[in-house]
Design a protein around this ligand. Sequence first.
Ligand SMILES: [Zn+2]
Ligand SMILES: [Zn+2]
Length: 329
Amino acid sequence: MAIDLVTRSEWGARAPKGAYSYLASTRGVKIHYTGGRVDPRTLTDHSRCVAAVRAIQAMHMDGNGWIDIGYTAVACAHRKVFVGRGPHHLPAANGPGLNSGHYAVLGLVGTSGVTHPPDAMLHGIRDAIEWLRREGGAGPEIKGHRDGYPTDCPGGPLYAWVRAGAPRPPVKPEPTPKPEPEEDMPEIVSLGLENEVVVPANCDYQPWWTTEWKDTAGWHPAGGQSIAPDEPVWADITTHIALRGFRPNDPVEVGLTRHRNDGKLVDVAWPIGKLATVHADADGRVEVDLNGHFKLDKDKRARVTIRHTSATTVHLETSSAFKAILYRY
Ligand SMILES: [Zn+2]
Ligand SMILES: [Zn+2]
């Protein structure tokens, strides 16, 4: 990654009050901290970094009487490098007699507030070092201000990093992506009848299924009226209903219905909003296949509803079935 320089005009630097002394090359770079408080908001708000650098320049020019900010460059928490005096110019921050040997690079940390350099700042300092080697004839040395001068600068954390050779922080590995959950195998519930069932005359009726052909999740208690999953599912439901005993052309309504656990009807899945009306054939039989798509959560259950107003008792034949493919959601 190329160095991300903040030019002097970008940070609003004042012009130097005098001419810089020219430096053809140095033995290397010395690292500094501010020695004071660094506002933690500089970690998240780069405009605070800019303000901090301008304040340091003002202190060096107006307080110390220097011609300019004393540092060659300043690195902030955003991996940006502010151009201070820049390459080939004598810095002022290393101490009397020590400026021609090393450029001076400040990390925007201090004795309070921000005291530990974030990784991006260490990268920024490293970017500045390499930039000064490339553009300013800096030699290989990387030292702290305290090397050769009585000061705590650049503070413990930064100095430890300097002593370690100012390595670039390791690139943090991308978090290992969680393995894709295995495709949920749908559960299948298939209910039927062992024997023909008597359907009373003139009734609104939900068959009681006596046989469980398949129930992969064990969700369904053997026997019952409902498909009632233990957890929320999308349910693709099909039913085959075969009834006999009507008079020819008797109407009968059949549908897939959704109920609360107390049995109260919630809605009809097919056809939308109402049951399907079919008519008995010449032999008094009704045969119908329906399918529907229900969302079933823990207090919803699916049933088949049969309504008829015939005066005769009819029978639900054993070919009838009630099946569901259930997908967890
Ligand atoms: Zn220093
Ligand atoms: Zn910044």
